[in-house]
Unconditional design. Structure first.
Lengths: 277, 311
């Protein structure tokens, strides 16, 4: 299914150009994630009419508005709930959910675990920038320890949420993680996620330069993505990479894959067998 | 099976019974099978009752480095290395390596067998602009064939590809080599069967036959004529490829001046201007790697490359 496209990828065919330049801050990694998503959609050869983008609230939620496809801007934390209804009603659509770390893990945490459990054929793209950027820089479940935010003036002392482990534990069919610096790998990961029949949870490591990076003196976007590169290692390295080189021991790439039955299909079969009786 | 083909002796091969050892120099690039060829040849010579000495250098082979192997056999062999200008057969698995070792080939009587495959080494790619000329050897098949009388240039990789296994290219060359040495075909085949993985024995023997057939059916005069015909076409196409360069298109009104493209450009050809908008400073340095396009969060950069190669 991968690589259906015959023409070169032109991003301007997939965005609403009249809304550009977009509202995101200079150097925000969400733009790179948006490019990777559109590139993956192009390479899979999915028509814009067959695509439904559902997004929540926050910086990540605003991404949906810039995509020239069927887009759905929903309430805070609930994009997965809306997407579940959409997918059940229209199983022919490729439903892609764009959500942020706070949107997905804190406010919509319950929706996430149940979407994972049902294993509905949705691709959930969680853009993790470790902060609630749009609402003023509050601490989020993925904020690293000892980082300063407006709600943690003494530094964050809460443990960090591992979203991929949560999704895997809750039963997602496909779990992956990639950072924005590795754009081609991120594109390939999103491609695999969309192609996977079942719930795909993809964590995209993004960077918030203006609100998180500046407050914590992490430098500009280039410095932030380089420090991510130092922190993350491809899962294919396995145990070969030394602990010393994995300060946070965070793996990227395809982390988990399972061919469990897909929910919408199983649901329809059940209904059909009921109708025959 | 067919009966043994009567070995054909190349016209200028010296008789094997003379006390002077017979020298075969095998050169190539790491991973092509130079060592495998020399092992087969050395074992075969040993089985035929000759004294054999073999020495090889494969230092940076795994990094695509050069590999060479000297095989000397005869009644008595003293030194394991071949002196310059004394190789009776020079077998090159890669074109540039063959050119590099050409001084080792014996003048007039030496046989040169080469695969026309080109593996461009990194040091020949100093100019990294897309479509630029590489520093690869300039000698063409034609010039070599005109200078060396016993020269065979074959597309071993292409022959192996037709058989379905690209890795068997070195066995194709072994087949070609077998026509230059006076050993029975069956002996060659039995030694090859010992050295290749059991599941590939059949295809390797087919490759050996294909290489041998190619060398036996080789007609020098017609080959030279063919090369002259295709050469003029080939030259035109290379001139075209060198003329186009990649171009970076910057949408100024979308750029927010985040600096990420300037910091990540591997060739350092972008700068921030006084309005804090990215600008192409040195377009001739751009290789069209698309790093800036991928990392621009505002989609302000589009790279136009002459030949679009999707990842």
């Amino acid at each position: 299914m991968l690589d259906q496209a015959k023409t070169p990828f032109e991003i301007r065919d997939y965005i609403r150009q009249q809304l550009f330049p977009h509202f995101m801050c200079p150097g925000c990694g969400h733009g790179i994630a948006l490019r990777a998503l559109l590139w993956a959609i192009h390479d899979l050869g999915i028509a814009k009419d067959d695509l439904a983008i559902v997004s929540g609230i926050g910086c990540s939620g605003r991404i949906g508005a810039y995509i020239d496809a069927n887009t759905f801007h929903t309430t805070h934390g609930r994009p997965l709930a809306f997407a579940t209804g959409l997918k059940l009603a229209r199983p022919d659509l490729h439903v892609i959910v764009i959500t942020g770390d706070g949107d997905c893990l804190a406010i919509g945490g319950n929706h996430l675990i149940h979407a994972c459990r049902r294993n509905l054929d949705i691709t959930c793209l969680m853009l993790n920038n470790e902060i609630y950027g749009m609402t003023g820089g509050q601490v989020s479940p993925t904020t690293s320890s000892d980082r300063y935010t407006t709600t943690t003036p003494e530094g964050n002392y809460e443990p960090v949420f591992d979203a991929c482990k949560l999704a895997q534990g809750a039963g997602a069919g496909f779990v992956g993680r990639e950072m924005t610096l590795q754009t081609p790998s991120l594109k390939k990961l999103i491609q695999q996620g969309i192609a996977h029949p079942g719930f795909s949870f993809l964590e995209v490591i993004s960077d918030c330069t203006e609100i998180y990076g500046r407050k914590n003196d992490l430098g500009e976007s280039a410095e932030m993505v380089l420090s991510q590169k130092a922190d993350f290692r491809s899962a294919s390295y396995g145990m070969i990479a030394d602990e010393v080189f994995q300060p946070r021991n965070v793996k990227t790439g395809v982390l988990y894959k399972d061919d469990r039955p897909e929910y919408a299909q199983a649901y329809r079969q059940k209904i059909a067998s009921r109708a025959k009786k | 099976m067919t009966t043994a083909v009567k070995p054909v002796k190349a016209p200028n091969t010296p008789p094997l019974t003379i006390p002077r050892p017979h020298n075969v120099l095998i050169v190539g690039v790491g991973g092509q099978g130079v060592i495998m060829i020399s092992k087969v040849l050395a074992t075969l010579c040993q089985e035929q009752g000759f004294e054999v000495k073999q020495s090889e250098v494969h230092g940076m082979a795994k990094r695509g480095g050069a590999v060479f192997s000297h095989v000397r056999f005869g009644e008595i062999v003293h030194s394991p290395t071949i002196p310059e200008g004394e190789a009776d057969v020079l077998l090159a698995l890669e074109w540039a390596e063959g050119m590099r070792w050409m001084p080792y080939l014996r003048q007039q009587s030496g046989t040169f067998i080469a695969d026309t495959q080109r593996i461009v080494p990194p040091f020949a790619c100093r100019n990294r602009t897309r479509g630029a000329r590489t520093g690869y050897v300039g000698e063409t098949i034609q010039t070599v064939m005109e200078q060396v009388e016993n020269s065979f240039a074959l597309d071993a990789m292409g022959i192996a590809k037709q058989l379905g296994v690209v890795k068997a290219a070195n066995t194709v060359l072994l087949g070609a080599l077998s026509t230059a040495l006076d050993f029975p075909t069956e002996a060659w085949k039995s030694v090859i069967s010992k050295f290749v993985p059991p599941q590939t024995t059949k295809v390797n023997l087919l490759a050996f036959d294909a290489g041998r057939e190619w060398a036996l059916g080789f007609d020098r005069e017609s080959e030279l004529r063919n090369i002259k015909d295709t050469r003029s076409l080939h030259q035109e196409s290379t001139v075209e490829a060198g003329a186009d360069y990649s171009r970076v298109e910057i949408t100024e009104e979308w750029c927010k001046g985040c600096d990420i493209c300037v910091k990540f450009c591997p060739e350092r050809c972008l700068i921030m201007n006084e309005k804090l908008i990215v600008e192409m400073a040195e377009p001739e340095l751009c290789t069209g790697c698309r790093m800036c396009e991928w990392l621009c969060p505002d989609f302000a950069i589009t790279v136009h490359t002459p030949n679009h190669v999707p990842l």
